[in-house]
Write a protein that binds this ligand. Sequence first.
Ligand SMILES: Cc1cc2nc3c(=O)[nH]c(=O)nc-3n(C[C@H](O)[C@H](O)[C@H](O)COP(=O)(O)O)c2cc1C
Length: 344
Amino acid sequence: MIDLSCKYLGLQLKNPLIIGSSGLTSSVENLKTIANMGAGAVVLKSIFEEQIKFETEKLINSDDPNIKSWQDAFNGIVGKNEYYHDEAYEYITNYAKEHSLKHYLTLVTEAKKAIDIPIIASIHCSTQYDWQYFAKRIQDAGADAIELNVYLLPSNFDKSSSEIEQVYFDIIKEVKKFITIPFSLKIGYYFSSLAQTALKLSETGIAGLTLFNRPYNPDIDINTLEVSSSNMYSSDLEYSHSLRWVALLSGKLKCNIAASTGIHNSETIIKQLLAGADAVQMVSLFYEKHFDVLPGIIKDIENWMTKHNFKSVSEFKGKLSHTNVHNPAAYERVQFIRLYSSIV
Ligand SMILES: Cc1cc2nc3c(=O)[nH]c(=O)nc-3n(C[C@H](O)[C@H](O)[C@H](O)COP(=O)(O)O)c2cc1C
């Protein structure tokens, strides 16, 4: 009997396959399909503070009767006194924020009622106060855990690496004060010392790190001479970057690791587990293929385990991590020295 069950963020999962945060995880209908197809857990689409700001502006300019009546009420005093103007704007902004947040909280509560696999909500904020505010509200709505989607591009010439990295720690500190459910961080790889930062992050009490978020990729259209975007979805060859870091960090961090990016099939899932991942997250695959490929992927993992005489995931998880492998240097190598010299 094959046992795929595992623990991730303190939650019991029937298998380590998690459908990652995306538009695919923003409707109860899809979440039901995901659960029926056998996923171990799901990360809901992130609630983006930027999106809420955008929605707020839209709402302020809309025909919403509440907004209209407040605007009318404040119109008499706005302009006469800056204090009242600020107060009125804050009042309306808070109403709009609640309006947008309510949609997300409804998704969390409805999802909890509809499916029996763990639900991990996801947040991306731009101000420190809102990280903890959203996290608390989402916890109260019934999420099993929260993934904080923190991706800071260190492109500011005026900021040192430690100043930028401090932001991650400040967010964790704030969120920790307000919630008791487990939470993880989904990060990118732009750190001056990724290994040390990941270790320090894992020592803050977070339950997991997701390695890595896949950034929006800019491109240039040489016909229109405009900046555009490219490759919204990953390819099945993009997994080696996270594989390397999962292998290097596994067994060293004080929290779980979820591998993410470029995981499109059972072979890659097995590789990530061998490298030491506690779970894997998949997204792009399901934009290309229907969720009904999921049972086949799970079956293929079970067949591989049978073939190799593994009865549970714990019997092979981390077997090929940096710590356990007989040639750890393979994970640290960045130059193809021998390969280069053999190619003329
Ligand atoms: C259309 C789309 C929407 C996404 N939305 C989110 C999101 O809301 N929050 C988030 O943390 N990641 C989001 N992601 C990133 C994915 O969760 C995932 O980290 C990334 O796509 C890499 O995994 P993959 O190679 O399996 O696609 C999105 C990805 C795609 C393609």
